[in-house]
Design a protein around this ligand. Sequence first.
Ligand SMILES: Cc1cc2nc3c(=O)[nH]c(=O)nc-3n(C[C@H](O)[C@H](O)[C@H](O)COP(=O)(O)O)c2cc1C
Length: 166
Amino acid sequence: MNKSAIYQLSYGVYVVSTWDNGRATGCTANSAMQITSDPATIAVSINHDNYTNKCIEESGRFAISILGENIDPSVIGTFGFRSGRDCNKFDSVTPAIKGYMPVVADACAYIVCEVIDKLETSTHTVFLGKVLDADVLKDDTPMTYAYYHNVIKGKSPKNAPTYDGE
Ligand SMILES: Cc1cc2nc3c(=O)[nH]c(=O)nc-3n(C[C@H](O)[C@H](O)[C@H](O)COP(=O)(O)O)c2cc1C
């Protein structure tokens, strides 16, 4: 298998957030995609070991904050390299409450979903969400995963579906 072919898939950079018994939490994710437009349905892939997985499972809802190129890179780091088990990520990143869900206030846009189904892989849960609310928050260019790697020089941590041991 030539993995270079798989690397040519395109992604964005998002924060997938939810409630943990009334406390806002979440993680950085590149794996979010629209599945259908009517009814609007979105899928996210979240590692079994991520605290966010358990919280989405329990709350039955998640929100996607679409990060722009002008986002403070520390937002990606806070949500992508720390765990909500050990810290309150929204202490250092300003939240906004949209559609009753916590989102990153400085994001380009948000999408709020109710979990309607899920698929278990050996490492990740694919949560399928029905869109309940969505809106644009600011004028910014949505960040691509390629921009994150090539311009911000960001790394992929172990729990990202695209991690390849590098
Ligand atoms: C750019 C980037 C993309 C990521 N994509 C995903 C992803 O799609 N799915 C996932 O489960 N983890 C992904 N991660 C890893 C999680 O964000 C990371 O494991 C996080 O610390 C989990 O936090 P939690 O334990 O609070 O849920 C990504 C991290 C980064 C930096």
